[in-house]
Ligand binder design. Structure first.
Ligand SMILES: Nc1ncnc2c1ncn2[C@@H]1O[C@H](COP(=O)(O)OP(=O)(O)OP(=O)(O)O)[C@@H](O)[C@H]1O
Ligand SMILES: [Mg+2]
Length: 162
């Protein structure tokens, strides 16, 4: 059964900080799938992940919309993938994602819902949506079936933020 944690952020900085806290506790083979509308904050969260994974700050993380995948060095390699421009993808292997997904390194995939359901093994699923409190409020929902230690850290963070 999946464990779920929900967090509210009230600014891009706060979303980045949540990403950084997540990045600190990720296993080096983790796969994070990110879903949510255009401009919901997926790239913002990945900027935080990079910080938490100790990617040097000289790397500026933007949506890799035209390159499909960008790679950054850190405590673990970070693969930032954006599938927004893809359609009709059969399988992650068909678009050369296997190394990023199943080799050593953390993969963060924006618009992961462009891939067929169940196409990724054991993802940590992050879904970002607007929250009713104000223009800059976001709800970050995280769900995973494994990653127990990571989810326990996130649960603690969520409690602290309440
Ligand atoms: N709480 C918040 N968390 C994250 N971003 C926020 C928040 N409040 C406002 N924003 C703004 O929302 C935008 C999020 O942009 P970002 O590029 O991260 O979205 P995205 O989900 O990656 O979009 P796309 O689907 O186009 O790649 C930024 O302009 C940011 O300043
Ligand atoms: Mg983006």
């Amino acid at each position: 059964m999946a464990t779920r944690v929900g967090l509210i952020t009230r600014s891009p900085e706060e979303t980045r900080a949540v990403g950084a806290a997540m990045g600190k506790h990720l296993d080096c083979r983790a796969i994070i799938t990110l879903t949510g509308d255009l401009g919901s904050g997926k790239t913002c969260l990945v900027q935080g992940l990079a910080e938490g994974l100790q990617v040097p700050s000289c790397y500026y993380i933007t949506s890799p919309s035209y390159t499909l995948i960008n790679e950054y060095p850190g405590r673990c390699t970070l693969y930032h993938i954006d599938l927004y421009r893809l359609d009709g993808v059969e399988d992650a292997s068909d678009i050369g994602l296997d190394d990023a997904l199943y080799g050593e390194g953390v993969a963060a995939i924006e618009w992961a819902d462009r891939l067929p359901e169940g196409g990724i093994v054991d993802p940590i699923e992050v879904c970002i949506s607007t929250a009713p409190g104000g223009e800059n409020w976001r709800r970050i929902e995280v769900a995973a079936t494994g990653a127990e230690t990571f989810m326990a850290h996130l649960e603690r963070l969520s409690e602290e933020k309440k």
